[in-house]
Design a protein around this ligand. Structure first.
Ligand SMILES: N[C@@H](CCC(=O)N[C@@H](CS)C(=O)NCC(=O)O)C(=O)O
Length: 200
């Protein structure tokens, strides 16, 4: 199994998961910040030129969330996903999709309108709106995590990897959310998280 990875990107999610699972894998580094994803050899594997991509025998898979769902189920005995038809399985889908569909868009906008776009294209109104939307998201997460240690309840799961890795993009946005801050800190102290960080 090979993961195409670039540090400080969404490929950290499946990388962290692979470390939690403790299975063997290879890493191929693709520096998307230097446009290495646009090399024809990589575009043959992932036509979007983005990371992550997972290659598992004949399967080539992109989309961080899909890769994480696939890996957690492939190694379901490792208990990082609720088993199919269990009550928590529905909630697991909810949070796995919540990250790319609801949580990421305002954060991507904040990134674009503070750092990525050239100054003349940055819009304060988009920034303000995105920060407001993120506060709503953080309030919901804060309420959920005030009464339970992990997003699905008592047990750590792949959904926590999706959420905590995303909180890691802008930790300064959660300084007023006590439970969320505690959750983020606790998850980033996990040995597998730290091992994944060392894969550069
Ligand atoms: N929805 C995709 C997004 C993948 C993506 O855009 N990855 C970024 C890094 S976080 C990338 O490779 N960007 C390089 C580019 O767009 O050329 C996922 O979740 O995997």
């Amino acid at each position: 199994m090979k993961l195409y990875h670039c540090p400080n990107t969404r490929s950290f999610r499946p990388l962290w998961l692979l470390e939690e699972l403790g299975v063997s894998y290879d890493i191929a580094l693709i520096n998307v910040f230097n446009h290495e994803g646009q090399q024809p050899s990589y575009l043959n594997i992932n036509p979007h030129g983005t990371v992550p991509t997972l290659v598992d025998n004949t399967l080539i898979l992109y989309e961080a969330g899909a890769i994480c769902l696939y890996l957690a189920d492939k190694y379901i005995k490792h208990n990082l996903a609720p088993v199919i038809n269990s009550p928590n399985r529905g909630l697991y889908y909810q949070w796995m999709f919540f990250v790319p569909a609801t949580m990421e868009p305002p954060l991507v906008n904040i990134f674009l309108h503070t750092q990525l776009l050239e100054a003349s294209k940055r819009r304060q109104s988009v920034l303000d709106d995105s920060k407001e939307r993120f506060v709503h998201i953080a309030v919901v997460l804060e309420q959920t995590l005030t009464n339970q240690p992990y997003i699905l309840g008592e047990r750590f799961s792949t959904a926590d990897i999706m959420i905590a890795s995303t909180l890691d993009w802008f930790p300064e946005l959660i300084t007023h959310f006590e439970a969320l801050q505690h959750y983020h800190h606790k998850l980033t102290q996990r040995p597998a998280f730290k091992r994944a960080l060392l894969q550069k």
